[in-house]
Design a protein around this ligand. Sequence first.
Ligand SMILES: [Zn+2]
Length: 199
Amino acid sequence: MATIPATLEEATLASISTEDLYREMLLRIGEDPTRDGLVDTPQRMAKSMAFLTRGYTMDAEEVLHNALFDVEYDEMVIVKDIEFYSMCEHHLLPFFGRAHIAYVPNGKVIGLSKIPRLVDMFARRLQVQERLTREVAEAIEDAIAPQGVAVIMEAQHLCMMMRGVEKQSSSTVTSAMLGVFKEQLQTRNEFLSLVRRVG
Ligand SMILES: [Zn+2]
């Protein structure tokens, strides 16, 4: 069944270009979209927003294609300090920071360069940090069924910093622990101490 717009406004809005929507937004915040500095802004915003949300056009299978390998290694694999940039789904303001990821393989590993790409795929969507953390962990679990996965993300949220709700320097830490990282205190502690180690 085709979706029938509920109102004339809805029908009209859907036919308006993204550039025009941004132009209207500039007007509504009290700006003059025809002045020199803003003439090309709607076009830039549309392009920038498409880039910042490009994760919607990607999926894990595609990202990890040809990068899963059979191995007999069963020690912890850890990738620290993965920079990420995301946008909060409540205010569409950036939050950004670092992710630390570990897993204990169970016959399969992921090519190391693909792990930051996986983080990027989920970060380049509208997110809340808790969900982002869990999605990265679950994607690794789905891809290689390891003995366990651990993801820690530390981030600063501009929606808190710019709007003055929280202390400027506060950072939010979230974690997702699956399998052996959830069940075995020793494995979890090993990961945590590796993450805390400077450098
Ligand atoms: Zn927010």
